[in-house]
Each structure stands twice: as C-alpha cells, then as structure tokens.
Write a protein that binds this ligand. Structure first.
Ligand code: ADP
Ligand code: ADP
Ligand code: MG
Length: 645
C-alpha cells in the first residue's frame, strides 16, 4: 500500500477519498485553488498545496502543477476523483512518466473508451450489444441526416467526446434534424473542442442502468447494477441499487456484458459501463444496449458500496498499489436497497439555475450516509459544480429506503443559498417513483408537480417574522425588547411584501397578526408551532430568514429593514440614530467588548422598535444616550474605540 497519495480534486469526492486513505493509514495531500484555500478537503488532508487561481483550467485542470505538487510532497500516487482530469489519458501518461502511480486505468483504456464512436465500435467487436445507430467517420450533414432516416426517428445526436449530458439533442422529426445537428455541434465544440457526433436510435421508455466493474488488468468483476433513470436533461438526480424490477436473467446478461466490456480493454481499477434499456415492456435481457464506459469512480458509487459492503476507494488504492482484486465474483453479494440523492445549490423554480452563497446554516440528518465537501460557513462559489452533498439511504427494502431518504431530506437544513431539497423530497415521494416505474423522461413529464411553487403558507410567514424579530441566540430572547408594544416586522417573499405584527404571549409563546387574522405561536423543541399545525424552524441572517417546513418546503424571506443604517460600509466608529425617536434600551456600557452585529441601542419611533448594532468587533468607548431619552435623526448613540493602526 502507498504511504502517501495526492488527491487531484476538490469537494465531496476529495473528502471521500481522504476518509478511506486515512482509515488505511495512507497520508494524504490535497491540492487547492485560491477559491478553496479554506475548503473542507484542505482542512481534512495531512498536507495541502496551492495549485493556482480559481478557474479550473488554471488549477484543478493544471496537470503540470498537480504533478509538481505530488513530487514536492513525496506522494507516490495521484487519485483523480471524478470530473476534472480523471478521464484525461494525457494526464494519466504524464503521471506515469513522472514516476508516480495514476489511481485508475491505463491511458490506453481511457483512450479506448474516451470517444463514444470508437468505444461503440470496440464494444461491437467484443460482442457487447450497442445502441443501433451510426458512428462512422463521414460527418457531412447529408450523410448524418440520411443515417438518421435509416435508423428511424426519434433519434439522438451525441457528441462523440461528450460527457455530463452535453452536446446531446433528441430529434423526433426529420424537419428538425439540421437545426439540432448544428446545435449539438456548436455545444460539443465549445465544451470538448471536438464537434464530431454520432447518431443513435432514441430508445423508448428509456432506463439508464449501469454496471459497476472493477479490474486488475487481468481479471474483472462486476459489483451489480445501479439504476440512474431519474434524470433531468440527461443528468442524474437520484440513483439506486439494485435496479427496480431487475430480473435474474437480465442481471446476469447486463453484468456479463459489462465484464466483457472491461476485459476488452484490459481494464484496471473502478469503472462503470452505462447501458440504456427499453423498459416499455419491463426489463428484458434482449433490450439493453451499451452507451458508454466511464473510466473512473462515479458520483453515485456509494449506492453500490452500500449494497455490497465494498469500499471502492479502498479497492482502487489496493489495486493501484499492485494488490490483486480483493474479492472474487462469487464472493460478491447484494444486500438491501440503497438510494442516493444529489443535493445541489440550485434555483429549481428558475429552471435549475446553479446558485451560490455562504452556507449560513447547514445541518445533515443522522441515519443516512452523507458525502459532503462543505461545512457551515463555507461558500458555494460560481467556480465549480454547486453540489452541496450526497445523501445515501440504505434499508432492507426499496420502499423503506425511499421513506428514509425522504425523511433525511426533510431534516436537512440549508440556509444561505437556495437548494433543490424540495424538488428531491417531492421526487422520492412521487407515486411512479415509489412504484419503481422510473424512466429518464419522468422528471420532465411531471416537472410542474415536482417544482415547489406557490406562496409560503401563513405559518411559514409567521415563523419568519418571529425569527427576524429575535436575536441570534433564540427567538424568544429578544422579546423583552419589544414588550409591551407589539412589533411590526416587514418581510418580502419574492418581492411580495408580508407584514406581520408580533406580540408576546407568555414565556414561550407569541401572538401573530397578519392579513387581519391572529394566530397563537408556541415555541417547542422542534421549532415554532402555529396553532395546531406542524412545527416550523427558521434561521435568521441579517437580511434574510430561511424557514424550514420539512416536507412542506423551505422558504427564504428578505428582511432588510429600510431604516437600517449601513454602518458597516462607512466603517464609522459612531453609531447614530437613523430617525427621530425614543431610546427604549441601552444594551452596552462603556468599556464593554462587542462583536460585529451585537445590538447596542434600541430606538423606538412611530411605535416601531429599531435595534442598532455594532458595525464591527470592538470595545465601547462611550455611550452617548440614556434609556428614555428623546433623540433626533443623526444623533450619536454609541462610540466605539478607534481601531488599532
Ligand atoms: P456521473 O455523474 O455518472 O458520475 P457524469 O458524466 O455526469 O457522470 O460526470 C461526473 C462528474 O464529472 C460531474 O461532476 C461532471 O460535472 C463532471 N464532468 C463530466 N464530464 C465532464 C467534462 N467533459 N468536463 C468536465 N467535467 C465533466
Ligand atoms: P454522457 O457522456 O453525457 O453521460 P451518455 O451517452 O451516457 O452521455 O447519455 C446520457 C444520458 O442520455 C443517458 O443516461 C440517457 O438518459 C440518455 N440517453 C443516451 N443515449 C440514449 C438513447 N439512445 N436513447 C434514449 N436515451 C439515451
Ligand atoms: Mg453517461
């Protein structure tokens, strides 16, 4: 086994590799771009080396810098993770040329499977069924359109260099072919620098079923199948193992075909052979076809680990260091059912737009495997894939695994950026999904039902107001500040104003008035309960409140008080009253240390209370007002000691 390895990746996969390496007593070296200097994978590794500025092309795709980092730190091997350089044969060669081990297959095997046309031709020769289509040299539009007619519509145009669902176009009708071809070529050129395409029959009621394989260069085994049919725009959303409705005959056929594919390229390491199955009449051994082979660890590998009990990264490290395959085929068994959901920072109603933001609050539930590369306080930047985590549920049956995953999704709390949690939660409860009737078109067909929409329920607005009114250390802690007056809180949900009036009601309760109706709220262990409804929880940030309604959804409210002075931006030492009013409370004294955001003084005007908070960390030099005093707009209230230097 290696003594030290370098992980040429970031995020959850880098953390996941480090976990196993550590368990095996292997030291780890992380690499990072400037955007990731504080990232979780950097903190987890034994050592970390900066490799460049944030753009991936100058950092995580900078093979020379990565190899240099491995040399400089005495790493013996490089684990590429997935994405980035993991399927780049030139990088694999350069690693070997530097006297290091590439944890993955040979450059030759990567190359053989790298282009979809050549891979299909190779698979045909190896006796693996491939999707009927055209994968020839002639790229003239006339030839391609003729082949499309011969294959029969609907067809799929695919970039031969494609990946991640890019450069792909489904065409249902010959009149749309020319336009689609142009689009696919343009996208392929931009994404892969190669605009060659192939044409495939579009399989009806398609199910994506893939087989995890593992080779040591001489032998290869399979670790059964995964179903990744729940996709959006050809990208996986939910993955599971085993495939629903799998029959013994189909499993034998597809797994054997996958092993044949691996053996045909003398495969070494972890790989995935992806097939498309026609499920219009259930799964049948004669109705699945090879699509491509991914010559790396796959994002969804944890579902296979869950149902086989194998640590695939451990196998990767063992085989790369020269050990034989840890288990024989007959010693591998399937147990239980596992389902994985990919949690992303993305704006689902806006069309699944990637989102960014600082994770002001982040809590994962127990009972499921969580793979993540971020911690509370970390930033989802625009530089890389906006994945926050993968949640993997394992249970004796598929139905139980889905229930477990649904509950875990509802218990996951993310504030600071929008996520696809509500969408995932709706998806795992979709009746066709529960019935195992999955196909790659399901999400698109039922998008309206899966995308959370509609305004937040009154309970969510009420809890948002409660959270906005209270300071960070517990929603009730600030109530004394606004007794006996009731307090009005102005919120916005997607630009729609929401006015709420709050009044204290007992030690753990409040009375909430909105839209002319008053409701009682009680604080419980699991959040606020409004009336007899479900409990809602919330996280308040200075200008934003995130309300968690479990299965009901998550809502984000803006809470920027128009009267709030932007003391922070001016950096002034003196906090002044933004309006004429009455000083209701003075919360600090001279000499007291304060942290940025601490409340200093509460001023009341027009029956509204307004808290002024510290613009920065510091010490109070002088309190210039007293409780009960009337002040003018602009009157100085508190002065902080000047900052050093
Ligand atoms: P899977 O999700 O099944 O593992 P994908 O093909 O969707 O396989 O890609 C896995 C990861 O690799 C994703 O994070 C994706 O963003 C990244 N990826 C895929 N293809 C490319 C590519 N051509 N260039 C850069 N990253 C890619
Ligand atoms: P990528 O390299 O982008 O992952 P794939 O060839 O693996 O490209 O295809 C991505 C997805 O597109 C598949 O998971 C499947 O949902 C869909 N797809 C691919 N080929 C076909 C086909 N011939 N018929 C129907 N759907 C297909
Ligand atoms: Mg694929």
């Amino acid at each position: 086994m290696f003594q030290r390895i370098l992980i040429a990746n970031r995020g959850e996969i880098a953390c996941r590799v480090i976990d196993t390496a550590r368990r095996l007593g292997v030291e780890t070296v992380a690499v990072y771009s400037d955007a990731d200097a504080e990232a979780r994978h950097v903190a987890m590794a034994d050592r970390a080396v900066r490799i460049g500025p944030p753009p991936a092309a100058e950092s995580y795709l900078n093979g020379a810098a990565i190899i240099e980092a491995a040399r400089a730190t005495g790493a013996q091997a490089i684990h590429p993770g997935y994405g980035f350089l993991s399927e780049n044969p030139d990088f694999a060669e350069a690693v070997a040329a530097a006297g290091l081990v590439f944890v993955g297959p040979s450059a030759k095997a990567i190359r053989a499977m790298g282009l979809k046309d050549a891979a299909k031709a190779l698979m045909e020769r190896a006796g693996v069924p491939v999707v009927p289509g055209y994968h020839g040299e002639d790229q003239s539009p006339e030839r391609l359109s003729r082949e499309a007619r011969r294959i029969g519509y609907p067809i799929l145009i695919k970039a031969v260099a494609g990946g991640g669902g890019k450069g792909m176009r489904r065409v249902d009708d010959p009149s749309r072919f020319a336009e689609a071809l142009e689009g696919a070529k343009r996208e392929a050129k931009g994404a892969f620098g190669n605009d060659a395409v192939l044409i495939e029959k579009y399989v009806s009621t398609p199910r994506h079923i893939e087989v995890q394989v593992f080779g040591d260069g001489i032998h290869a085994v399979h670790l059964f199948e995964r179903d990744c049919s729940l996709q959006r725009r050809h990208q996986k959303v939910i993955e599971e193992a085993p495939a629903p409705g799998m029959t013994p005959a189909m499993r034998t056929a597809i797994c054997e075909a996958a092993v044949r594919a691996a053996m045909a390229v003398g495969y070494s390491g972890a790989g995935t052979v992806e097939f498309i199955a026609d499920a219009s009449d259930g799964l049948h051994p004669s109705r699945f076809w090879f699509m491509e082979m991914n010559t790396r660890l796959q994002v969804e590998h944890p579902v296979t680990e869950a149902v086989t009990g194998v640590d695939l990264v451990e196998w990767q490290l063992r085989v790369a260091s020269g050990e034989p395959l840890p288990r024989r085929q007959e010693d591998l068994r399937l147990h239980c059912h596992a389902v994985e959901a990919r949690l992303y920072a993305e704006d689902v109603p806006a069309g699944f737009l990637p989102a960014t933001g600082r994770l002001a609050h982040l809590r994962f539930p127990g009972g499921v495997r969580v793979e993540t590369g971020v911690r509370e306080g970390d930033e989802i930047t625009p530089w890389y894939d906006p994945m926050i985590a993968k949640l993997v549920a394992l249970a004796p049956t598929r139905a139980e695994a889905l229930v477990k995953l649904g509950r875990a999704l509802d218990e996951t709390r993310v504030a600071g950026c929008v996520t696809n949690l509500g969408f995932l939660s709706a998806l795992v409860r979709h009746e066709r999904v529960r019935a195992g009737e999955v196909d790659t078109g399901l999400i698109a067909r039922d998008l309206d039902r899966l995308v959370p929409s509609g305004p937040p329920p009154p309970e969510a607005v009420a809890v948002a107001a409660l959270a906005a009114a209270g300071p960070a250390d517990g929603p009730l802690a600030g109530f004394h500040l606004w007794t006996p007056l009731s307090r009005r809180v102005d919120l916005r949900w997607k630009d729609e104003p929401q006015a709420v009036t709050l009044a204290l009601a007992g030690p753990r309760g409040a009375r909430i008035t909105m839209d002319g109706r008053t409701r009682e709220a009680a604080r419980g262990e699991d959040g606020w309960r409004i009336g007899s409804g479900a409990a809602f929880d919330a996280v308040a940030e200075p200008t934003r409140v995130t309300v968690f309604g479990g299965r009901e959804g998550t809502w984000v409210f803006d809470h920027s008080d128009p009267l709030d002075r932007d003391v922070d931006a001016t950096g002034h030492d003196v906090t002044a009253s933004p309006m004429p009013g009455l000083v209701r409370a003075v919360l600090v004294a001279a000499g007291q240390a304060v942290a940025k955001g601490d409340r200093l003084v509460v001023v009341e005007a027009m029956k509204m209370e307004h808290a002024l908070s510290a613009p920065r960390d510091g010490r109070v030099a002088e309190v210039l007002v007293a409780e009960g005093e009337q002040v003018e707009a602009g009157a100085p209230l508190v002065r902080l000691e000047a900052e050093d230097g």
